[in-house]
Design a protein around this ligand. Structure first.
Ligand SMILES: Cc1cc2nc3c(=O)[nH]c(=O)nc-3n(C[C@H](O)[C@H](O)[C@H](O)COP(=O)(O)OP(=O)(O)OC[C@H]3O[C@@H](n4cnc5c(N)ncnc54)[C@H](O)[C@@H]3O)c2cc1C
Length: 575
């Protein structure tokens, strides 16, 4: 057994929640091990599964709702370096982001199979087996996070959990069944196709299922092939155990997938003569199994009533999206969706209620089956993962457990999250260390018609909310360059200038930068240029300095990615 020591936090599972949680904690000073059982990061979003990342903006339908923070940064990086939208490049971008963090150690192909306990309710170490090098690894640390989807580690540690669907009456959820049962959402295998430029035939294997007519695939659109996720409804296993029966579920999903492709090619006109199967998933993408219980269990009514928890550290907004347990064999619609708007996630749902040093991340956090129907999507998981990682850093700082840190330091955690460009409903920047908050702000011009103002960059809210743009936007009739200037009142030492640009939070990321995003800019300190940046597509830019003193800081925008206005949501200045 090889001991991996000198750790503050062990994160099990490198899906989007685990990746963002591990990076967040490492950036805030924790020595982190990220233990992941696949060769590539990203979980369901990886090249092995290819589920697209969705979140609170509901595919761009809810304005200004997209998750920011580390996920936004990763997506920006993906846009810059992966114009070709290669799934393997996305794997590489995640690998690069994780391995670039000096305090973060990545262990791929390492399956965490057990928890070594200090005493009941307190973990001493995580035990893993790494394939390829036949190593057995022991990770000792004061804090752990299970973000592995199924939660084998938390389960071995004895953390309380639920599976299946609660009865309607238990939490007063009208989307829950009358009686409780063991059913979950099913798993899926996705596929991609290739246009061969000439007709190609498809001979189904003998084991493929038969879908002879469109009536065999009711409500399941199968005419668009651009993205594998269009076939998310190739789903099965909800009446089985998506952990214990994983192998059988994969085999049945393969039968379904090939049968469905036989339907497309050989039964009816699906405009697919030239198409051939190209990539086929072999790792079942899972949706649901264990949900671990925290001090708060999120429920349908929390979401619908958009409860603003005192200890909120993140948010969701994907509709409650429930699927029939029979999956593809259900004759009705493959999903029932209910819009719930934006709702908050309390820190109390991000740690175990009975294992005192265990954080929870991703789809296994504390909630009912119905609430899970919304929070399970990956952008929500990534944002809440960043919050859990941030809370872990405060546990380290103050020597507290996850529960205690929520009870004693919640506003510090919330302020740190805002500073790291996360969004928390109804909270604004109150960071006493931010010199910009008391600055006088002027601008070269302002788009007065749009209700924007120079002062908006220090109003503490770094995105549009309820129709308020919360940004400075230059007059579109004026030519570039355009600037905004902060007068700090007196000469001060400047160690950091942080700017949040506009990356169109109401739209999806695409292959091209959003036109609204500032591309080229400089920062001037009392008229002296201290930053020159070009080719930007990112929302959050941080510039650090040593030995700079100034009273006036000007951000001068010389070009955007297409828009006529310079747009800035927020400027922060620290010593
Ligand atoms: C077909 C399909 C369509 C979906 N549609 C969407 C969608 O459009 N958008 C969206 O955002 N979400 C969608 N979802 C839901 C979403 O993919 C999952 O809920 C999400 O992946 C959960 O994220 P996670 O980080 O908790 O888990 P995962 O993405 O599963 O990541 C956890 C990782 O941990 C690893 N792991 C597991 N156990 C261990 C262990 N013991 N040791 C080490 N590593 C371990 C796993 O291999 C996995 O890679 C869909 C799901 C499916 C199946």
């Amino acid at each position: 057994m090889e001991n991996v020591g000198d750790l503050d936090l062990v994160v099990v599972g490198g899906g989007m929640a685990g990746v963002c949680g591990a990076i967040a904690a490492a950036r805030l000073g924790c020595r982190v091990a990220l233990v992941h059982d696949r060769p590539v990061l990203g979980g369901n979003s990886s090249s092995e599964c290819r589920v697209w990342i969705c979140g609170a903006d509901h595919h761009g339908r809810t304005p200004d709702a997209r998750e920011t923070g580390i996920l936004e940064e990763l997506r920006g990086e993906n846009q810059r370096r992966n114009e070709q939208e290669s799934p393997w490049m996305w794997d590489a971008i995640l690998w690069d982001a994780v391995t670039r963090e000096p305090r973060l150690r990545l262990f791929l192909n390492a399956r965490c199979y057990d928890a070594e306990m200090e005493k009941p309710g307190m973990i001493r170490a995580a035990l893993a087996m790494q394939i390829g090098n036949e190593k057995r690894l022991r990770f000792q640390a004061p804090l752990f996070m299970d973000a592995s989807g199924d939660g084998e580690f938390a389960f071995r540690a004895g953390a309380d959990y639920r599976t299946g669907r609660e009865a309607r009456a238990e939490f007063n959820e009208d989307m829950a069944p009358e009686q409780p049962d063991a059913f979950t959402l099913g798993s899926s295998l996705l596929f991609t196709v290739k246009d061969m430029g000439r007709p190609v035939r498809f001979d189904p294997p003998a084991w493929a299922r038969k879908f002879e007519s469109d009536e065999d695939l009711p409500f399941r659109g199968h005419h668009t092939f651009q993205h594998p996720c269009n076939f998310w409804w190739i789903e099965w296993g909800g009446e089985r155990d998506t952990i214990r029966d994983n192998e059988e579920i994969r085999d049945e999903l393969l039968r379904i997938l090939f049968g469905m492709w036989d339907h497309i090619k050989n039964h009816g006109d699906h405009k697919a003569e030239n198409l051939a199967l190209d990539w086929i998933g072999f790792v079942p993408a899972k949706r649901e199994n264990r949900r671990f219980m925290g001090d708060h269990i999120l429920t349908q009514s929390d979401l619908e009533n958009q409860v603003l928890f005192e200890d909120r550290v993140s948010y969701g907004g994907w509709p409650i999206d429930l699927h029939p347990p029979k999956g593809i064999y259900h004759p009705g619609k493959p999903a029932e969706m209910k819009q719930v708007g934006l709702w908050s996630i309390p820190l109390r749902s991000l740690y175990s209620r009975n294992v005192e040093n265990l954080f929870l991340g991703g789809r296994l956090i504390s909630g009912t089956h119905v609430a899970h129907g919304s929070y399970r999507v990956m952008a929500t998981g990534a944002a809440a993962g960043q919050s859990a990682g941030t809370a872990a850093a405060f546990c380290r700082k103050y020597g507290r457990t996850p529960r205690e840190i929520g009870q004693h330091h919640i506003s510090e955690i919330q302020q740190q999250l805002l500073r790291d460009d996360c969004y928390i409903l109804g909270l604004r920047n109150e960071d006493p260390g931010d010199l910009a908050r008391n600055a006088g702000v002027t601008a070269s011009s302002t788009d007065s018609s749009a209700g924007v103002s120079p002062e908006a960059v220090i109003n503490g809210i770094a995105r549009g909310t309820h129709g308020n743009p919360n940004q400075w936007r230059s007059d579109p009739k004026q030519r570039m360059s355009q600037w905004i200037e902060l007068d700090l009142g007196r000469e001060s030492e400047i160690g950091l200038v942080q700017v949040a640009f506009d990356t169109a939070l109401g739209r999806l990321w695409g292959a091209e930068p959003h036109p609204e995003t500032v591309r080229d800019y400089s920062i001037l300190a009392d008229g002296r240029k201290i930053v020159t940046a070009s080719g930007n597509n990112q929302r959050l830019r941080r510039h650090t300095f040593q030995g700079i003193r100034a009273r006036r800081l000007r951000i001068e925008v010389t070009a955007t990615n297409g828009d006529r206005c310079a747009r800035i949501f927020e400027v922060r200045v620290h010593r």
